[in-house]
Design a protein around this ligand. Structure first.
Ligand SMILES: [Zn+2]
Length: 383
């Protein structure tokens, strides 16, 4: 058992004993039991026994708050709610203490998934007490994110503008607008999607997601030149996200009938800023179309000498397999299956905040819930 939890339970038990002694009441059996469990290092039973003492401890709000917080951290959300609600219902409280209990209760509700109650309480607190405004708005935002209520999230986050972590808030607002744009685009409402995109740009013009969504919309509307223009902003926004744009870019160049040489020049300029195998392979594809397999293989091999990756090796083998014969061809197939096995099930993205890894790009980490924290993985098994 963690020492602070043990320490807390000791203090709680001593406080309860002192209070009961002062009131000259007979010490309840469950309190004794709680102490005994504590001494035997039986945390679960100790908490259960001490929670049973609530009615005897009704004038000790701090102890209740500490117990409620402990229960929430242990994941015992129902009991945390009972403790905090019991303080509100049993004790006449001054405004400051009531707000202190209410913010704890709002946190309980949020974690327990009681989103309506969490929303009502956090909105009330944000209105009533400036001290808890930021925390309450954070709870409210978290609810709207879970419910995918993007307009409400935008409106709430805007109330936090000017406070701490300004960049983080702008980043989140920009993503809320992106979510909204994707929703509208999915429904075919391009005009509304464009309004959302300009909202996203207005809050964080360096968000690469904005360019990717806008390019999809431009392509959809046959505005190929505009799509290319938008995607060419990516290296300035975040060059590591250029690989996400490769399919869109190639499509825009091909459908628009533009020179692939311009596409190649753009990709090569990106390679001076990032060591991305996806970009190298995109250039190699153009080299193959213009100069053939041998030139493409040479291009990839040159790159692999400096930045070896399994994906690059696999592509290199593919280019050689076509022109190999007999035993050489068979050996290349064996080599390829090894390379494929090495790369199989390897994650492509990692959250820089919590380390969560996955095969697809999440703009909001599914684990730590941070926006823009997931990035492509570079190295032998990645980009
Ligand atoms: Zn994370």
């Amino acid at each position: 058992m963690e020492s602070w939890i043990l320490w807390f339970l000791f203090v709680l038990a001593i406080a309860a004993g002192w209070w009961l002694g002062r009131r000259e009441r007979k010490k309840p059996q469950s309190l004794e039991l709680g102490l005994r469990y504590l001494l035997n290092d039986q945390q679960d039973q100790a908490v259960a026994a001490l929670v049973g003492e609530l009615e005897f401890l009704s004038d000790n709000v701090e102890t209740h708050l500490a117990l409620g917080g402990l229960l929430r951290r242990r994941g015992e959300l129902e009991r945390a709610v009972v403790v905090h609600e019991s303080i509100l219902s049993r004790t006449p409280l001054d405004t400051k203490t009531r707000h202190q209990v209410e913010i704890e209760l709002a946190r309980d509700y949020l974690q327990a998934g009681l989103l309506d109650r969490a929303e009502a309480l956090s909105l009330k607190l944000a209105r009533e007490n400036p001290k808890y405004q930021t925390e309450s708005l954070k709870i409210t935002l978290s609810i709207y994110e879970q419910e995918r209520e993007w307009q409400k999230a935008i409106d709430t986050a805007k109330l936090m503008v000017g406070g701490e972590n300004q960049l983080q808030i702008d980043d989140a607002i920009s993503h809320y607008y992106c979510e909204q744009a994707e929703q509208q685009f999915g429904k075919g409402d391009i005009a509304a999607a464009r309004v959302a995109i300009s909202g996203a740009t207005g809050h964080l013009s360096t968000n690469p997601r904005v360019s990717l969504i806008q390019a999809k919309m431009e392509l959809h509307e046959g505005r190929f030149e505009q799509a290319i223009k938008v995607l060419k902003r990516l290296p300035e926004q975040d060059v590591d996200f250029v690989p996400e744009a490769l399919l869109l870019l190639k499509k825009a160049y091909q459908l628009g009938g533009f020179e692939l040489d311009d596409y190649r020049q753009f990709l090569e300029s990106c390679l001076t800023k990032t060591a991305s195998i996806s970009i190298v392979l995109a250039v190699a594809e153009i080299v193959k179309e213009v100069q053939g397999d041998e030139a493409a293989a040479k291009y990839i091999a040159n790159y692999l000498k400096k930045n070896p990756t399994i994906r690059g090796l696999t592509q290199l083998i593919d280019l050689h397999v076509e022109n190999a014969h007999g035993i050489s061809k068979q050996n290349l197939y064996i080599l390829r299956s090894f390379a494929e096995a090495l790369a199989a099930d390897k994650p492509a993205y990692r959250c820089i905040e919590c380390g969560f890894e996955g095969k697809r790009l999440n703009w909001r980490c599914p684990s730590c819930k941070k926006w823009s924290s997931t990035r492509p993985i570079f190295g032998l098994e990645g980009e």
